[in-house]
Design a protein around this ligand. Structure first.
Ligand SMILES: Nc1ncnc2c1ncn2[C@@H]1O[C@H](COP(=O)(O)OP(=O)(O)OP(=O)(O)O)[C@@H](O)[C@H]1O
Ligand SMILES: [Mg+2]
Length: 293
């Protein structure tokens, strides 16, 4: 079905996690946001639009390799989210089947509305729809930004990140002019930063604000650098808060190795607190922007 490029096509409660650079915490932030919002009682849908399909690792769900999502986006079949892992959290898996999507979008320009069209019939069931974007696949990014109402941009503050921020900003400008004038940047956040000192992390917030020349857009929480905990969470399909809860209930490691039980690091609490604060900020901005003005 052909679609006019006029009219409003966004999904009002949809937040996309997008960056102009790979490996900057898009997927981790998307899954923590979806998971914490669901744990807080919201009805949430997470859509993994990345051919890498990494969200399944963070959330520990089984994946069809993106086949259902690819069908919905390219052939218009209804999207059927699964919801077998956590109360309030439905998901649509990504994966290699989405590799077909970029060539499809090149051949069918009207498919820029495909994500909107797939989400629209089911969107009312959710308070929040989170979309995880791939690192740098411009055709997919355009389709995502055409459907999304809000955008969260993770970034570092190094030279490569500056290029990535400019790249993301260029996409926002382009999509506002082309298909989605109401696309709104909800916030930009920095991390992970290798410092436990709040002062050092606060300096990163200031630097990021200087970089984008807008301090109000920067979220104030910087997630600490904790690669081993992050890797263990992804390995076990647990959100950081879930891992920290399990760690607080687990036997001490010296008992666990005797009984052959799983061991947990007790250092996850700080990282879990960072994510809770960052997600609180994201959701507070989301709620405020959703209020009728
Ligand atoms: N707090 C943390 N400290 C250090 N490393 C982390 C932290 N949280 C996550 N990571 C690691 O950073 C890497 C990138 O994270 P993530 O997959 O969320 O980024 P991404 O932007 O989605 O990447 P991609 O561009 O490949 O989609 C992963 O290996 C993840 O385990
Ligand atoms: Mg990712």
């Amino acid at each position: 079905m052909a679609h006019s490029l006029e009219g409003v096509y966004l999904i009002p409660q949809c937040i996309a996690f997008v960056a102009g650079k790979g490996g900057v915490l898009k997927t981790t932030a998307a899954t923590q946001t979806a998971g914490l919002a669901a744990a807080g009682g919201w009805s949430v849908l997470l859509v993994d639009l990345d051919p890498q399909g990494n969200a399944m690792f963070d959330l520990g769900y089984r994946s069809d390799g993106g086949a259902g999502l690819a069908d919905a986006l390219m052939r218009g079949t209804p999207l059927r989210p699964a919801s077998d892992r956590r109360d309030g959290l439905a998901y649509v898996a990504g994966g290699p089947a989405l590799d077909e999507l970029a060539p499809h979008l090149a051949l069918h320009p009207e498919a820029i509305h495909a994500l909107h069209n797939a989400l629209e019939p089911i969107a009312d069931a959710y308070d929040l729809i989170v979309v995880d974007a791939p690192p740098r696949e411009l055709a997919l990014r355009r389709m995502i930004l055409t459907a999304a109402h809000y955008l969260v941009v993770p970034s570092g503050v190094d030279r490569a990140s500056r290029v990535g921020l400019a790249d993301a900003a260029a996409s926002v400008t382009e999509i506002r002019q082309a298909t989605n004038p109401d696309l709104d940047v909800l916030g930009v956040f920095a991390g992970p930063v290798g410092a436990n000192s709040h002062q050092i992390r606060a300096r990163v917030v200031t630097r990021l604000g200087d970089l984008i020349d807008d301090h109000d857009l920067v979220l104030g929480t910087v997630v600490r650098y904790a690669p081993l905990i992050a890797e263990e969470c992804r390995e076990r399909g647990l959100l950081v808060g879930e891992y920290a809860d399990a760690a607080s209930r687990a036997q001490p490691w010296y008992e666990a190795i005797k009984t052959g039980s799983e061991t947990y690091s007790r250092a996850a609490e700080g990282l879990a607190a960072d994510w809770q604060l960052l997600v609180d900020e994201i959701l507070a901005r989301f709620v405020k922007l959703q209020e009728p003005s």
